[in-house]
Design a protein around this ligand. Structure first.
Ligand code: PEP
Ligand code: MG
Length: 315
C-alpha cells in the first residue's frame, strides 16, 4: 500500500505550491519512444539519436533519419520533444564515425567535438530534423552533447537556426560549461544537464567503473554546486534548465534539483510516478532548503541524510 501511495497522482509535474516542473521521458529507439508516448509524461527530455544507429555500418541517409525522427515527433504530437544530436564516441562508438586510437576516449573526440572531424554528419542530421519537424508540423527542441565552451555553443546554435529550427540548446555535462553557465546561456535557448557525464567529469571517475560508485554519485556536493551554477544561469536569463541524467529519477534528489533552479526532469518513463508524487508533497521553498542543506554537506552520504531529515516522511 505504501508503494502504491508513493506513486499516486497523474498529470503534469507540480510542487505542492503549484510550481510546474515538467516530467519528461528519456528515449532511444523509435519503439521506446512510441511506448513512452502512451505514458503519462509531458514529452521527451532526451531523445538519444545515436541509439538508432549503433548497429549501422554506414552513415544513415537524410531520408532514413527523417523517417525515424518523424515517427517520434508525431507520436508526441503537441508535447515537447528534445532531440539530441549524435553523441558518438567514448562509451557510444558509431562504426560510421570512427575515432582515432585515443588514450582517454571519454576526454577525446566525442559528442559535438565530432563535428570538426565529420561536419557532414551534423549538417545532415540537422537537415533531417528540420524536415521531419516540417512534415509532422512539430517544433522539436534540438540540443548538442558535450559542449565545453561558449564558442561551441554559439556555433551549434547558429547551425540549428540556419536550418530554421526555432529552439536550440546545449547539454551541460562538462564542468567548464557549468562554471561558465552565465556566458553560455546567452548563446542558446535552454540547458539540459547530463548528470551522468557531469558527475564523471567533476569527480574524475569513469562512469563505467563500478568499484568507484561512491565517487560516481550525483549527490556529491561538488556535483550539486555545478548544477546550481547552471540553474542560476538559467534563472538569471529566464531560460529553462532541465536535468536528463539518471539523477532525475531519484525522488529525493529530484527535489534538490528543483531547489537548485531546475525546471524539468527527464528520466526513464517508469521513474516518473515516484518523482511526481515527491514533488506534489513538497513546496518550492522546501526544495530550496533541501538544496541548501545538501550543498552544505561534506560528502554524498551526508547530503542525502540532510535531505532525508527535511523531507515529508511519505516521500
Ligand atoms: C548524461 O551524461 O547524463 C546524459 C544524459 O547523457 P548520456 O547518458 O547519454 O551520456
Ligand atoms: Mg552524456
Amino acid at each position: 500500500a505504501r508503494a502504491a501511495l508513493k506513486t499516486a497522482g497523474s498529470g503534469p509535474g507540480r510542487t505542492k505550491d503549484g510550481v510546474g516542473i515538467q516530467l519528461l521521458a528519456n528515449v532511444g529507439k523509435v519503439e521506446d519512444a512510441e511506448r513512452a508516448a502512451k505514458e503519462d509524461v509531458e514529452g521527451v527530455g532526451l531523445f538519444r539519436t545515436e541509439v538508432l544507429f549503433l548497429d549501422s555500418a554506414t552513415a544513415p541517409s537524410v531520408e532514413q533519419q527523417i523517417k525515424a525522427y518523424s515517427r517520434v515527433f508525431s507520436a508526441f504530437g503537441d508535447r515537447k520533444v528534445v532531440i539530441r544530436t549524435l553523441d558518438a564516441g567514448a562509451d557510444k562508438p558509431l562504426a560510421f564515425a570512427p575515432s582515432d586510437e585515443e588514450e582517454n576516449p571519454a576526454l577525446g573526440v566525442r559528442g559535438l567535438r565530432m563535428d570538426k572531424k565529420y561536419p557532414q554528419l551534423l549538417a545532415d542530421q540537422l537537415e533531417a530534423i528540420a524536415q521531419a519537424a516540417k512534415e509532422t508540423g512539430t517544433k522539436p527542441w534540438v540540443m548538442a552533447p558535450m559542449v565545453s565552451t561558449v564558442h561551441e555553443a554559439e556555433s551549434f546554435e547558429a547551425q540549428v537556426k540556419a536550418q530554421g529550427l526555432p529552439v536550440g540548446g546545449i547539454m551541460i555535462e562538462v564542468p567548464a560549461a557549468a562554471l561558465r553557465g552565465r556566458h553560455l546561456i546567452e548563446k542558446v535557448d535552454f540547458f539540459s544537464i547530463g548528470t551522468n557525464d557531469l558527475t564523471q567529469y567533476a569527480m574524475a571517475t569513469d562512469r563505467m567503473a563500478g568499484e568507484l560508485a561512491e565517487l560516481l554519485d550525483p549527490w556529491q556536493p561538488a556535483v550539486l554546486d555545478l548544477i546550481a551554477y547552471a540553474g542560476e544561469a538559467g534563472q538569471g536569463a529566464g531560460k529553462p534548465v532541465g536535468v536528463c541524467g539518471e539523477a532525475a529519477r531519484d525522488p529525493l534528489l529530484a527535489l534538490v534539483l528543483v531547489g537548485l533552479g531546475i525546471t524539468s526532469l527527464s528520466m526513464a518513463p517508469n521513474g516518473v510516478p515516484a518523482v511526481r508524487f515527491a514533488l506534489a508533497r513538497t513546496d518550492l521553498a522546501e526544495c530550496q532548503a533541501m538544496a541548501a542543506a545538501a550543498r552544505d554537506a561534506v560528502d554524498a552520504a551526508s547530503a542525502r541524510a540532510a535531505v532525508e531529515a527535511l523531507v515529508d516522511p511519505e516521500v
